[in-house]
Design a protein around this ligand. Structure first.
Ligand code: ADP
Ligand code: MG
Length: 292
């Protein structure tokens, strides 16, 4: 590409709220045939809200919420913040926890009021051999609704399931439809469970879903698609998306996301909406067409 056309393209991008870091990114964006979208904070608002509380038999709802909130209070995960806020909205306070430990991509553990509390995915609870069968029945019902179930165990026994729900961004479905019209395959990637991910994907018209992907494996999934011969764009907002953004042919960060994601990306979408992905690819195609 000529330096002038790249300058013009980059300038037009900036006007549209699309910050393109390099000439190479502008040139490569038109070659993308696959776009991988992180779910939470990218397809969805990333502002989850506590919606359901299902205590296990013999467990008091308020006690469940207090212990779970105590364990989550030190976590920076958006799910944790939703649970803490939701517990406060129930008019409850919680004890200070000790021995807080965060298990990346799975949940948290801590001690509160002398109880060992474990909160997170079925896999997390399963890792310490707690029988999650009854909790998983409740959880699968919640995830079919597109909510993220959060399982809790107290002193090694099943204690209940909470659900947290996140709203799909207004223009996600329209932007994904536009990407498909450009001939691009759209994939959703998430650490969330497969059922929740499939329910959200269905809401926005995506059929290919990579779920239950641990943060350190997101980049591997991008490389796997590249090994299939695909030219891959990755769109994400979180710290855990940074390696995948760097591995992609073009990494696009949501401007309202974390600095780590923005630094790892080639393009930043200031508005934070997926429409910016469509605009960036169109801009790249137009720029490269002018050059040839
Ligand atoms: P995402 O890709 O949706 O941002 P993460 O990789 O951060 O997801 O986490 C994957 C899953 O692990 C979450 O969907 C949730 O079920 C569970 N999890 C992670 N952190 C927590 C937490 N602090 N409390 C409860 N569950 C958690
Ligand atoms: Mg995210």
């Amino acid at each position: 590409a000529t330096p002038l056309s790249v300058m013009v393209g980059t300038g037009k991008g900036a006007q549209a709220g699309i910050l393109i870091r390099s000439a190479e990114a502008l040139e490569t964006a038109q070659k993308l045939d696959t776009v991988v979208l992180d779910k939470t904070g990218t397809v969805t608002e990333g502002k989850p809200v506590l919606t359901d509380v299902h205590p296990a038999d013999g467990i008091d709802e308020a006690q469940l919420l207090r212990l779970v909130a105590a364990a989550e209070a030190d976590s920076e995960h958006p799910l944790a913040q939703a649970i803490v806020t939701g517990t406060r909205d129930h008019g409850l306070s919680w004890p200070a926890a000790t021995g807080f430990n965060s298990v990346t991509g799975k949940g948290v553990q801590a001690t509160a009021d002398g109880h060992a509390v474990l909160v997170g995915t079925a896999r997390l609870l399963g890792d310490v051999v707690i029988d999650t069968t009854t909790l998983e029945l409740v959880a699968s019902d919640l995830s079919a609704q597109g909510k993220t179930p959060v399982l809790a165990a107290v002193d090694g026994r099943p204690a209940g399931v909470l659900a947290v729900a996140d709203t799909v961004k207004d223009d996600s479905a329209a932007a994904i439809a536009a990407l498909k019209r450009l001939g691009i395959q759209v994939v959703i990637i998430t650490g969330d469970n497969a059922r929740t991910a499939a329910a959200i994907a269905a809401q926005v018209g995506v059929t290919r879903v990579l779920a239950e992907v641990l943060p350190e494996h997101k980049a591997d999934e991008i490389r796997r698609l590249q090994d299939e011969g695909r030219t891959v764009g990755m769109v994400g907002d979180g710290i855990n998306d940074a390696p995948a953004l760097a591995a992609a042919d073009v990494g696009l960060a949501i401007g309202t996301g974390t600095d780590v994601a923005i630094e790892a990306a080639d393009i930043t979408l200031i508005s934070g909406s997926l429409t910016g992905v469509v605009t960036a690819i169109r801009l790249s195609r137009a720029t490269m067409r002018n050059i040839r």
